[in-house]
Design a protein around this ligand. Structure first.
Ligand SMILES: O=C(O)CCC(=O)C(=O)O
Length: 331
């Protein structure tokens, strides 16, 4: 029988905030004799690495307490933990109560003036850019990590071919033009920007700096958080958006970068429990939008053939990415 790795067990226990008795019990439960476990635990008293791990665990516990307070306040708030819908929001009120408060919202009436709402269709896309090469994310269904490995899934496709395939209206998560493809698509699909117009809550760039999303019914963007504040505007079809707050990150299984091991799990809307985060859920249709604050987890499913735009050009710096460093393994 293999010997338990006592150092690994101790490191695990110290990181979890175990006291000496809990560390001892952890070793014994893994098959270490009581005498050997006592020897190992006693030795930690002189180990500077153990002292540091203990301090780190205490810091983490303190931070978790602060986050739990955020949860209590949000759940006990008047109206409960809920997503507000703001119709034609006042710009100053939006910034004060949502953007600066790191609070999501569903927004309506902010793009009623966009010609895209009447114009965008597969025929329109084919007419203005059918012969153009666009970049898409492809072969997503064969790879459970298609978002994390998104570079491997980039391909150039003729826009007209993709449009013909979309006309079949088959549900699929295999191909999706996403914001990640914008480096190519912003130029390739430049004529589409003539169908957009400025949005009051954004800065003055007139909607021309947005990111285009086009895919069939059934695309799934797995649970992740963005590194910026983000506005997702729906133009064609509907999307279901699920959101979980940053203060519930202890339940988000965040083992890598900004991604969650919940992947596309349909975490239920509601206050959550000890294992699952509180979740807000909404469906946005043509002309509707959702404000996704930085750090909020979200998962998005297209319920129909869908075309959307997203924007990060708020009237604030929105530069949170500049001091983000956790790109690798976390959990
Ligand atoms: O619309 C989607 O599929 C995903 C949108 C999203 O996750 C984002 O804009 O950050």
């Amino acid at each position: 029988m293999p010997q338990p790795d006592k150092r690994a067990l101790l490191a695990e226990g110290l990181s979890a905030g175990d006291d000496d008795a809990a560390l001892h019990a952890r070793l014994v439960a893994a098959g270490v004799s009581a005498a050997a476990a006592k020897y190992e635990v006693d030795r930690l008293a002189k180990d500077p690495m153990a002292a540091m791990l203990r301090r780190q665990a205490a810091r983490m516990a303190k931070q978790q307490w602060l986050l739990t307070n955020q949860q209590r306040l949000a759940i006990e708030a008047e109206g409960g933990f809920a997503l507000d819908t703001l119709d034609r929001p006042d710009v100053a009120a939006f910034y004060r109560h949502y953007y600066e408060a790191n609070r999501p919202a569903k927004l309506t009436g902010i793009v009623d003036h966009w010609p895209a709402l009447a114009r965008w269709s597969l025929d329109h896309f084919a007419a203005i850019a059918g012969d153009t090469l666009v970049e898409a994310q492809v072969e997503r269904e064969r790879d459970p990590d298609y978002e994390l490995a998104k570079n491997d899934h980039r391909r150039l496709v003729r826009f007209g071919e993709l449009i013909d395939w979309l006309r079949k209206d088959e549900p699929s998560n295999d191909i999706y033009l996403t914001a990640y493809n914008s480096g190519t698509n912003a130029a390739a699909l430049g004529l589409l920007w003539d169908d957009l117009a400025p949005i009051d809550i954004l800065d003055a760039r007139g909607g021309r700096d947005g990111f285009f999303w086009l895919g069939p019914r059934g695309t799934l963007t797995p649970w992740h958080h963005d590194l910026t504040n983000n506005l997702l505007v729906q133009v064609v079809g509907r999307k279901r958006v699920r959101m979980a707050p940053p203060w519930a990150s202890d339940r988000m299984k965040n083992s890598r970068h900004c991604f969650s091991d919940w992947a596309n799990e349909p975490l239920p809307a509601g206050p959550g429990d000890a294992d699952t985060p509180p979740v807000l859920e909404t469906v946005i249709g043509p002309g509707e939008a959702v404000f996704l604050p930085v750090g909020w987890w979200h998962q998005v499913e297209a319920l129909d053939l869908s075309a959307s735009m997203s924007f990060t050009s708020f009237r604030r710096a929105n530069a949170h990415v500049e001091d983000y460093t956790s790109y690798g393994e976390i959990g």
